[in-house]
Design a protein around this ligand. Structure first.
Ligand code: GLN
Length: 246
């Protein structure tokens, strides 16, 4: 039985390069929702040049970034690619949003034809399109009890999934991966990639708690129930987004 205080260590990958549209709010949601349940949290900002050891962290997060920042972030991710793959194979939860989602895939072909190699945690590839997808998104999630997910997308990259990746959500309104196949994001094991900013987790506390639960289960190798929280305000924000016009 677990008696010592529970603790989670979160790696925030390259916040200096990948942090647009309030993606930092996702880290705040993860750490606050853990702390409100008396789970100790340490957030480590991984900076350019840092070496990652997969064993040191329980959960990984990376935000979105514009193409210029993505060039720099791609190099950093590649340097730590082996350890990040090892973390994925250990079932550690990882959430990558937009720019980092693209770089968690096989490659991202930019609008000026630069091929940025990704770390291939997800079997996806992305090519810049000539249309920008901007707006609110409502998606359906089939692995959570509350099935709606809301967010905000802003990307020109169009992502296609290979056989090893499953779509994370299904698009109800908005564009998602490519505007064509109604898929949004991708999943492999506990690696989650999505185009949804928002920030995503404050407005979808059920998804935030799912990630925390995975992190605890994987770390402590047993089921640790998460105490319920009063999410009235969070779901007010969630509902407001569902009603918002695209
Ligand atoms: N540069 C990428 C695109 O537009 C990612 C943008 C983002 O992270 N919002 O597709």
């Amino acid at each position: 039985m677990q008696t010592a205080p529970l603790k989670l260590k979160i790696a925030h990958l390259y916040p200096d390069l990948l942090n647009i549209y309030g993606d930092m709010g996702n880290v705040l949601a993860l750490s606050n929702r853990a702390k409100w349940r008396d789970i100790e949290v340490e957030v480590v900002k991984i900076k350019s040049g840092d070496n990652i050891n997969a064993d040191d962290y329980d959960l990984f997060f990376a935000g979105g970034g514009q193409d210029n920042q993505q060039v720099l972030a791609a190099n950093e991710l590649i340097k730590n690619g082996v350890e990040l793959m090892r973390a994925a194979q250990m079932d550690k939860p990882m959430l990558a949003i937009c720019g980092s989602y693209q770089l968690f895939g096989k490659y991202y072909l930019t609008s000026d034809n630069q091929k940025l190699r990704g770390i291939s945690l997800l079997d996806i590839h992305t090519c810049a399109g000539n249309k920008r997808f901007i707006g609110n998104v409502t998606a359906i999630c089939d692995f959570l009890p509350i099935r709606t997910i809301v967010g905000f997308e802003n990307h020109s990259g169009q992502t296609h999934l290979g056989e090893e990746a499953e779509p994370l959500f299904k698009i109800k309104t908005g564009n998602g991966n490519n505007g064509l196949d109604k898929t949004e994001g991708a999943r492999y094991k506990n690696v989650f990639g999505t185009y949804l900013h928002g920030p995503l987790l404050p407005k979808n506390p059920h998804f935030c708690d799912y990630l925390l639960q995975l992190a605890l289960d994987t770390k402590y190798k047993c089921k640790i129930p998460l105490l319920p929280l009063n999410d009235e305000i969070e779901y007010y924000a969630h509902e407001a987004r569902i009603c918002a016009k695209y």
